[in-house]
Design a protein around this ligand. Sequence first.
Ligand code: FES
Length: 561
Amino acid sequence: MPNNKTGMKKNLTNYGDTGFSIFLRKAFIKGLGYSDDMLGKKIIGITNTFSDYNPCHGNVPDLIKSAKAGILANGAIPLEFPTITIHESFANPTSMYLRNLMSMDTEEMLRAQPMDACILIGGCDKTVPAQVMGGISADVPIIQLVTGPMLTGSFRGERVGACTDCRRFWASYRAEDLNENDIDEVNNQLVPTVGTCGVMGTASTMAITTEALGLMIPNSACAPAVSADRKRIAEKTGEISVKIANENLNPSKFLNEKSFMNALTVLSAIGGSTNGVVHLTAMAGRLGINIDLRQFDKLTHNLPMIVDLKPSGVGYMEDLYKAGGSIRIFNELKDFLHLDAKLVNGNSLGEEIQKASKWKQYVITTKDNPVFKGGSIAVLNGTLAPGCAIIKQSAASPDLLVHEGKAVVFDNLEDLANRVDSEELEVSKDDVLVLKSIGPKGGPGMPEAGLIPIPKKLAKQGVKDMVRISDGRMSGTASGTIVLHVTPESYEKGPLAIVQNGDLIKLDVPNRKIDLLISEVEMNNRISVLSDNQIKRRGYNKLYMEEVTQADEGVDFKFLK
Ligand code: FES
C-alpha cells in the first residue's frame, strides 16, 4: 500500500487508532533519549550486519559511525537495526542456501519499520545481493555501502590474499609441496585485516557491479575496508541517503534494463565471479526484468576483459583502487555502456565517468590491449546442459577449452571426499571429473564445490588442471577449467544425473557446447529409471526446496520474483 507519511509517522503499528500508534511509538523511542525535534526529522535506516561470525564485516561499526555523521549533518536522523548477516565460511550447508532468507529479512524490516531511506551495509559474497534483492522488492529508497576489500598479507616475502591464494597453497599442500608447518604459516597470513576477499572474487564483483547498476555512490566499490577513504565513502553515503529520502527516489524509479545491461557488461569486463551471473539474474527478477543467459553471452562475446586481478590475472583489490578504482574501469568501457543510465546520486553514469582522472598504471588495461579477449564468462548449452552451463574461460587452461574425455563420476560430496584421493581411483589427466548433487536443491544451496580437487595421485604427478563439471558453483576466487551451474541440476533429473563412468563428454567453449556423447535413446532409458527423492522436510528447508529456482533463474524463490 502506498505510504505518503514520513519519519516516525511511517509504517505505523496498527492498533485501530492512528493517534495512539504514533503516541506509543514516540514514548518508547524517547526511552533512548531522543527529543521531539529530532523525532520530527526524516529517518534513515542503516542495516547493521556486524557479527563475530562475519570478519568480512568487521568494520561495520566504524562505517555506521561515519554514515551517521553524514546523515546528521544533512538534517535527518539515523537509526541502525540488525539483520541477518552471512559469511561464506560460517554458513552451513552454504551461504547461498541462506541468501534468500537474508533478502526476505531485509525486505520485511525495510517495510515494517519507519524509514524514509535505508543504507544497506554489506560486503561478504551473499550479503550485497540479498540486500539489493530485498531493497528492490521493498521499493524503499536504498543506497548500498560495501565494507570494502581486505589488505594483502605476506608469506615468506610473497604477497598473498584471500582467497585465490588459499586455494593455490592448499593445492600445493595436497600435492605435498608444502608441509604442515608451511601451511600453518600460510594460514596466518591470508587474511591480514577485516574486509572482503582481496581479489576479483564474488564480493569484489558484486561491489563493482552494484556500483555499475547505480545503487552506490560513484567510485565507492574498491577502497580498502581499513582505509580512511572507506570512512569518507560511508559519510558521503549518509549524505546521499538523505537526498534520496527527500526525493523519495525508490529503486524502481531509476533501475531498468539498461542498468542491468551495464552491470552484466562490467561483470564480464572485470573478469568477475560466475556467481555474479546468478545474483544479477535474481536482482533483475525482482524488478520483473528477465535476464536470458544466451543474451548475456551475446552481449559479452567480444567484450575485452580489462582488469588484471587474481584469479584471472595477477593483482589485488588494493592495486585496483590505487589504479583509479571502478570509475576508471567504467571510463575504459564507455563505448560498451549505456551512459544515460541514472545513478542513485541523481547523475547519469556518463556524467560520473567524465569526472574520472587517468594516470599511468598497470591494473586496468584498455579495450585495445585486453587481459583476455572475447568474454570472460561463456554460456554453454548442449545435451549435458539443455538449460545452460557456464565457464569462466578467462581463468581456465586455454588447451582444455576444447576437450573430449572419459567421465570419472562422483555421485555427491560424500562420495567425492571418500574416493578422490584414493590410490585405487581410476583416473588420468585427460579424463573429465563429474560431480553430481551440488545444485540449488541437491546441495542444497549450490555449494562452491565445483572446483573439484585434482585427485591426489595426479596432483603429485604435477597435474594442475582438468576439465571439471558440476551443477554447483565455485568461489569467485577460484580458477581452472570448471564448468558450473549445469541446468537442469541432477536432483531435478537433468542429464547430469545419468552420466556414468567412462561416458564420453565433449567440451567446446569456442562453440559454446557441452555434450554427453550417448544416444538419445540411451539417455531417455537412463532418465526413465531415476527415482524421486522422498525426504520429509520442515521449516525453512521445506520452503527452500519447494520454491527455489534453477541457476539460470537466479536461484531465487518463485514467490519472491
Ligand atoms: Fe567474505 Fe570472501 S569470505 S568476501
